[in-house]
Design a protein around this ligand. Structure first.
Ligand code: GAL
Length: 761
């Protein structure tokens, strides 16, 4: 029986325990003992393990003699600890004495938590010879190999099983399969612990869903799940805190009971504006133990689209003469829209209902086309220039890529759905027009004649290309110059020209070429020539195809790729390792770009990696981005200022209202797609403030002011520090609002990791 009394609102000043909480963590779930005490008996770290390559099921047994095995650290891949280049099976054996005193550390001594961090790529884990968990799939699995290199391994042992040998040696044996790259344990410290009952409560505020109401407030729904086979009972307090005024706006308290392995749907209505934070606190009725979580509430800045017609997106398209062209005009306005074009070169036609231009690119030259869109409320026109020549990607590529959502579990159906959602949700109408399959589409083997094919999840690559082109979308694909890709699929090594020809037949418009296993074909400290070679080869192979194929280099910024990427035919190049959805990663991939932005020009884009907003999962369970709303505004603003490729990586069928508004602001996108093709310079980096200024076509400037600090603060930036005149017109790009004539400075008041993005004239 669930007992849910209505929430009681209390209007009281913040009690001290709230003030003591870390003020700005987006999602901070911490558990505090009733007495606040943590002792060393809470957790046993597992820093080392015995290791052997090979595979033998006898190695799971506790009594197996592994004394001859090498001792490795469990926070670093085995490659790098003496097993360079080894892929395949291996075993780890961790010996650990588990003290019975550990049971005293919990109010619920029924589970032993075996946390193994992440393992590259798949594992089966045994405790004293008995299997306690598995993640990913070994190649011998009837369903085939599946990497889950980045999934947390958080296994639980039911203590009633008698498996644990208290106060004696226990052996955790981990069978690992590595399909490529690092290999084995590589991430955080593995450990053993005994959970408390309250740990079963998934007080994960990041999972809340939000619906914006017409009155400017937001409705929050939180599915509070009890993961344990015991009843949870206690009091849940919520406090809504305004970081701008430092005041508690409201607080509520309700008694809750959640049956074993059930959940409770909680709902609230809260203010939706910058700086609103909700703090949750659950007190377990029996033990007094506390679980807390803090969450910054989302707020929308992008105004709704006008019902009158409007044209958006890039004003330039670069295509090679004589190659097939499919292009969807980006436009909004109340449906139905009707499109027309004046000056469309011969060989191209426009579908007046869908706004899709298709046909064959004309001979070299610059063609100015007057696009028009009308509906019942009016019409609008804009000049769009088709530049037929050798330079592609005259503005940064924009679209969607499968990796950050589906990882290696991508399918044809998911890709088609994503494409349809780009259109149906109004993203294509703002310029998001490429659909790129990342790793995981490749067949396990080539045909006898060496031809590459899609795997069982991609039965017909050409049909998929046609599906996208009919909708005026571009078709992107992924491969590696090595024998295998990063995900362990087949790469293009030795088949470059054959693969390029296949891509052309399928209608591919975009290739991401990812170094991965090619590292094995280079020396230990590869020279610039060694780095260039595989990219030059594929660059040549795709340039010989009768298509316009955008070539995107992915070798993580090695050998200053921004200085030579264009010389091998590239138009974009990754600058760093992979992005993740946390602020540190945004600092490392995006804010680190300051020294390199002067290399950016039309068709020469520095790529700080794909966007991490919306529902993400990398092939695991989908979940919302862990960036706070303000961090997401900063992420999109910075990528726009950097003129970075804008590739969404989220699950589009699950697009929430906040993310949609974040991605459909045409004034922000216009900064990214500006025809001048310059990236912003960082003009100020001081006292945790950063200012980035991007020159725009026609003399205007985009200015981003970022609060890099961890509290709500204000500042005033003098106009001369930003290279602005004394008097200037200011427009707030996110709110699409003129702020009028300003003199001498810009003042901002910003949340932690928040941004103001302006257009200055
Ligand atoms: C990584 C790359 C990612 C993704 C992945 C696929 O090397 O940086 O963006 O493509 O490989 O396996």
């Amino acid at each position: 029986m669930l007992e849910i009394p209505a929430p009681k609102l209390m209007h009281s000043p913040a009690p001290t325990f709230w003030r003591r909480l870390a003020p700005l963590a987006a999602l901070l779930l911490s558990l505090v003992g009733a007495a606040g005490a943590a002792n060393t008996m809470d957790r046993i770290d597992l820093p080392q393990a015995r290791f052997s390559t090979g595979d033998n099921m006898a190695w799971r047994e506790p009594d197996f003699d592994d004394s001859g095995w090498k001792l490795l650290n469990t926070t670093q891949a085995y490659e790098g600890q003496g097993y360079e280049g080894y892929d395949g099976y291996s075993w780890y054996r961790i010996h650990v004495v588990i003290p019975s005193a550990l049971k005293l550390s919990t109010d619920w001594p029924e589970r032993l938590r075996v946390y193994l961090s992440a393992i590259d790529d798949a594992d089966e884990t045994y405790l004293n010879g008995v299997r306690i968990g598995a993640t990913g799939r070994m190649p011998s699995d009837p369903l085939g190999y599946e990497t889950r290199w980045d999934s947390p391994r958080d296994y639980a042992v039911d203590l009633r099983s008698g498996l644990v040998r208290w106060d004696r040696d226990n052996v955790i044996a981990v069978r690992v399969y590595d399909g490529g790259g690092g290999g084995g344990f590589y991430k955080d410290m593995p450990y053993l612990a005994m959970p408390h009952r309250v740990d079963g409560l998934q007080l994960d505020a990041g999972q809340a869903r939000y619906h914006f109401l017409a009155d400017g407030r937001v409705q929050a729904r939180l599915d509070l799940r009890n993961n344990y086979p015991v009843l949870q009972r206690g009091v849940l307090q919520t406090e809504v805190f305004d970081l701008v005024s430092g005041r508690v706006l409201e607080s509520g308290k309700r008694s809750i009971t959640i049956a074993a392995e059930k959940s409770l749907d909680l709902q609230w209505i809260w203010p939706a504006r910058p700086g609103i934070q909700v703090r949750y606190r659950f007190v377990d009725a029996r033990s007094g133990r506390i679980a807390t979580a803090t969450h910054d509430l989302p707020y929308r800045l992008t105004p709704p689209d006008a019902p009158t017609p409007a044209l958006h997106g890039a004003q330039l398209l670069g295509m090679r003469p004589g190659t097939p062209l499919h292009y969807r005009i980006a436009a909004t306005g109340r449906l139905p829209l009707h499109f027309s074009a004046q000056g469309l070169p011969e060989g191209l036609k426009l579908n007046p209902l869908s706004g899709v231009i298709s046909g064959t690119t004309p001979a070299a030259g610059s063609y100015k086309v007057q696009l028009q869109v009308r509906n019942a409320l009016g019409s609008t026109k804009r000049v769009w220039t088709l530049v037929a020549g050798e330079q592609l990607a005259l503005t940064p590529p924009m679209g969607w890529n499968s990796w950050n959502a589906y990882g290696l579990n991508v399918t044809d159906e998911l890709v088609r759905k994503a494409a349809q959602f780009l259109i149906d949700k109004g993203l294509a109408a703002k310029g998001w027009n490429s659909v790129n399959i990342d790793d995981g589409w490749e067949a396990p083997e080539r045909r006898a004649d060496g031809e590459m094919m899609g795997n069982a999840r991609f039965p017909d690559m050409k049909a998929l290309g046609d599906f996208l082109h009919e909708r005026g979308l571009h078709f992107g694909i992924y491969s590696s110059p090595g024998a295998t890709t990063c995900g362990g699929y087949l790469g293009s090594l030795g088949h470059e020209f054959q693969d390029a020809a296949s891509y052309a037949r399928w209608g591919v418009d975009y290739l991401k070429y990812d170094l991965c296993s090619y590292a094995a074909n280079m020396s230990k400290t590869p020279t610039l020539d060694e780095h260039r070679k595989p990219y030059q080869l594929m660059g040549e192979a795709i340039s010989r195809q009768p298509r316009s194929m955008v070539y995107s280099l992915c070798q993580y910024g090695e050998q200053q790729v921004w200085t030579w990427g264009a010389s091998v035919g590239g138009v974009a190049w990754r600058m760093t390792g992979d992005i993740a959805d946390n602020w540190n990663s945004v600092l490392e991939t995006g804010f680190s770009q300051a020294p390199h932005t002067r290399f950016v020009a039309p068709g020469r884009w520095n790529d700080p990696d794909m966007l991490v907003v919306g529902q993400l999962g990398w092939g695991d369970k989908l979940r919302p981005s862990r960036l706070t709303p303000d961090e997401q505004y900063s992420h999109i603003s910075l990528w726009s200022l950097l003129a970075a490729p804008l590739l969404l990586g989220n699950d589009l069928p699950n697009l929430d209202e906040f993310t949609l508004s974040l991605l459909t602001n045409h004034e922000v996108i216009a900064i990214n797609q500006d025809a001048l093709g310059k990236a912003a310079q960082r003009v100020l980096n001081q006292d945790d403030w950063q200012v980035w200024v991007k020159e725009l076509e026609g003399g205007a400037k985009a200015v981003g002011i970022f609060n890099m600090g961890s509290s709500f603060r204000s500042t005033r930036i003098e106009s001369n520090r930003m290279g602005l005149e004394n008097r200037f017109q200011l427009r707030d790009a996110w709110r699409q609002k003129d702020l009028g004539l300003q003199s001498k400075h810009i003042s901002v008041n910003l949340p932690a990791h928040g941004v103001m993005l302006f257009v200055v004239k």
